[in-house]
Design a binder for this molecule. Structure first.
Ligand code: PBG
Length: 329
């Protein structure tokens, strides 16, 4: 008896395989995270993120023009804040002439069609490296949310298309949405980091922005009172559904690879676009293994981003975006 079904028939050649392939990566899948610093002519490589850089505004302009030419149409901005501007209130985050606000304008001037997304959280602005305001050893929820809403509004005023709260305070999506509506910013979208886990994969990012929680008495050493426990699944669905009710347009799962089960469940449970953040530690891991010749960089990179999309991601924020697009073009 021969096998009635021979699945290998559909794998016999690349032409056949490409005909039946279910998941195909293209430039529209990506959001490019960018790190911005004060100064001129600055392009500093991040030690734990080979070939990834902090850019001053003049070089940011150059970079976004290059991204646009490659077909990459959205960027997610992060700023590295000077120590002297950090405090426990996030005051600098609201400065209409702050680095983030100028970065938004720089991108919009350079490439008006480029979609500008901005990180909304206090950690780069906090002397303690936390996403909110600290009092008596705790990260305050409601006081922090109020500042985050003001921060989001400030980004919208500077021209951001999408604000992306990455802080995990309760109720902040509602606060942000309400303030944006009250102020007439009806078209500013919210991409909520809904299922954001307290992950050790964020290490290189915190190096990039010098934003790690400080080691001081009475200051929480980690973000576990606001970011999610990595053993939890139902909580991710609960968080995500709440963010949608509160007014999120796009929801996010973060990190990527270790959380693809969550991505699939959330994709099945919601009817809004789902973003996945393939985070700094995931980037660093592959770069390090590839540098040693232990993994084939491009092959593993494509496998990873394809897996994220196959799991259900509508879009992927990834430090590999440029590498991928160059490889497939
Ligand atoms: C800040 C923020 C973090 C990341 C995105 N926004 C770090 C953190 O929560 O500590 C991580 C991104 C990455 O690791 O690439 N709220």
């Amino acid at each position: 008896m021969f096998p009635l079904r021979r699945n290998r028939r559909l794998r016999t050649s690349e032409s056949m395989r490409s005909l039946v392939r279910e998941t195909i990566i293209n430039p529209n899948d990506f959001i490019v995270p960018l790190f911005v610093v004060e100064g001129k002519g600055i392009k500093e490589e991040i030690a734990s993120m080979p070939n990834y850089f902090r850019l001053s505004l003049d070089l940011l302009e150059k970079e976004v023009k290059e991204l646009w030419k490659l077909g990459l149409k959205s960027v997610l901005l992060f700023v590295k804040v000077e120590d002297k501007l950090k405090d426990n209130t996030g005051k600098e985050a609201l400065n209409p002439d702050g680095l983030m606000q100028r970065a938004i304008k720089t991108v919009k001037n350079a490439v008006p069609e480029m979609l500008v997304m901005t990180d909304v959280a206090l950690d780069p602005f906090s002397i303690y490296g936390h996403d909110g305001i600290i009092s008596e050893g705790k990260v305050l929820n409601d006081d922090s949310s109020a500042v985050l809403a003001e921060m989001a509004l400030s980004h919208a005023k500077a021209g951001a298309d999408v604000v992306a709260p990455s802080d995990m305070m309760d109720g902040r999506i509602f606060e942000i949405r309400t303030l944006l509506e009250d102020e007439g910013y009806f078209d500013t979208a919210i991409m909520a980091y809904s299922a954001k886990y307290a992950s050790a994969f964020y290490g290189p990012f915190r190096d990039a922005l010098d934003s790690a929680p400080v080691d001081l008495k009475d200051i929480p050493k980690d973000k576990k009172t606001y970011q999610m426990d990595f053993g939890n699944r139902l909580e991710a669905i609960r968080e995500t559904l709440m963010d949608i009710e509160e007014g999120a347009d796009i929801v996010m799962v973060k990190p990527g690879l270790c959380y693809l089960d969550i991505v699939r469940e959330i994709t099945n449970a919601v009817n809004v676009p789902v973003a996945v953040y393939q985070v700094s530690g995931e980037y660093a891991m592959l770069k390090a293994a590839a540098e040693r010749g232990w993994l084939d960089h491009d092959a593993v990179m494509m496998e990873q981003v394809t897996a994220i999309k196959r799991a259900g991601a509508t879009m992927i924020a990834s430090y590999f975006a440029k590498d991928v697009v160059k490889l497939i073009s």
